[in-house]
Write a protein that binds this ligand. Structure first.
Ligand code: GLP
Length: 240
């Protein structure tokens, strides 16, 4: 059973997770962080940016969960751009140590295996930050994803494309495909920290934390992990 922590708001969650990241870096200066995109983890990145002056982040590396396929890395909504803007620059991380799956169409056949190798070469992920989609997806592992899956190309569901349309000029501009760490990849991290805020996430949180293990609810994979922490506000906890 995951450890559940109910906090006042996103800001309090950000401070709490930043405490865990700070403690990890103090213990292990070359810590490897698993980085989620989406609006949910922003509070964590802001809290870490506020402390960047007092943290030694020079040897820290990071691996993003996912990326759109076919969107140029230079597009402002590519996850490469988002991670650069929200994490690498504010925290002052070494950009060469922060990896994002490669969504370039020409090399997509090998990009998943390359990413898995890079994670292993870095010694594995110490702390994986996770959001959760309204349909229970983690990373871009949509319902139907195998618990054993590794980094690979997936088709985005209509609901996820609708959810993410707000970041694009038109809903039609949201890519159809993505490359995402698999549930199996995510489960290899030492510590999982899932965050969720607001009533819209309450059903996905309840199903992930206490529902049956099911490929139709990718978030339920966290129940298989020996060290998973779920940090949520009252609204996201309302269906527990
Ligand atoms: C996105 C990302 C996920 C994220 C989720 C929730 O599509 N690929 O990694 O956790 O959807 O997004 P948000 O935090 O904005 O609600």
């Amino acid at each position: 059973m995951a450890e559940i922590v109910i906090v006042e708001d996103a800001q309090a969650a950000g401070e709490l997770v930043a405490d865990a990241v700070s403690a990890l870096i103090a213990r292990k200066p070359d810590a490897v962080l698993g980085l989620a995109t989406g609006s949910t983890p922003l509070a964590v990145y802001r809290a870490l940016a506020d402390r960047a002056g007092s943290l030694d982040l020079g040897q820290v590396s990071g691996f993003a969960l996912d990326e759109y396929v076919g969107l140029p890395a230079s597009h402002p909504e590519s996850y490469r751009s988002v991670i650069t803007r929200e994490v690498v620059e504010p925290l002052g991380l070494d950009p060469d140590r922060v990896h994002v799956p490669d969504g370039t169409v020409d090399t997509i056949q090998t990009a998943g295996a390359d990413y898995e190798r890079a994670i292993i070469a870095a010694g594995g992920i110490d702390l994986q930050i996770l959001g959760v989609g309204t349909d229970g997806h983690i990373g871009f592992n949509e319902p139907g994803s195998s618990f054993a899956s590794l980094t690979r190309v997936k088709t985005l569901t209509e609901q996820t494309r609708r959810d993410n349309a707000r970041f694009f000029d038109s809903p039609d501009d949201v890519p159809m495909h993505c490359i995402t760490q698999g549930l199996g990849t995510i489960l290899r991290a030492e510590h999982l920290v899932m965050l969720a805020f607001g009533e819209g996430k309450a059903k996905a949180v309840a199903a992930s934390v206490e529902g049956p293990l099911s490929a139709m609810m990718p978030g339920s994979a966290i129940q298989l992990h020996p060290h998973a922490t779920v940090v949520i506000d009252e609204a996201a906890a309302s269906e527990l």
